[in-house]
Design a protein around this ligand. Structure first.
Ligand SMILES: [Zn+2]
Length: 124
């Protein structure tokens, strides 16, 4: 027996609502993990006891690598988002995690934008 639970406000960023999936499944899982704050950032890896040098951001090496920093606060992320938004014809600057999630929930029909970021990150 399946129990029906209410949908979260961000479900359409991750799942397809019956449309034919055209996005990369690995990216969908990453988006889901990011929203749930389960992404294994360096600060989390250190807390888990992994033997890594420090908890600093892999891009800037200055700030602690948290989800919020990695995705929206880091200068690298801000430049990347700026380029993606410009390509999409969107004239706005990125803000905090909470504001960007709210914006994405309101504006995105699917997770294509976030999927693009992870694809580009993987090509570095
Ligand atoms: Zn950084």
């Amino acid at each position: 027996m399946r129990i029906k639970v209410p949908k979260v406000s961000w479900h359409h960023l991750v799942w397809f609502l019956g449309r034919i999936p055209k996005y990369i499944p690995k990216h969908i899982i990453i988006v889901w993990m990011v929203i749930l704050n389960r992404l294994l950032t360096r600060v989390k890896l250190l807390r888990m006891g992994l033997n890594i040098d420090n908890d600093k951001c892999v891009h800037c090496g200055i700030e602690v690598e948290s989800r919020d920093h990695l995705l929206f606060e880091c200068g690298f992320a801000r430049e990347l988002w700026g380029a993606i938004l410009a390509l999409c014809g969107v004239n706005r600057r990125v803000s905090s995690w909470e504001r960007e999630l709210a914006w994405a929930i309101h504006c995105f029909k699917a997770c294509m934008g976030w999927s693009c970021v992870w694809h580009l990150e993987g090509e570095k």
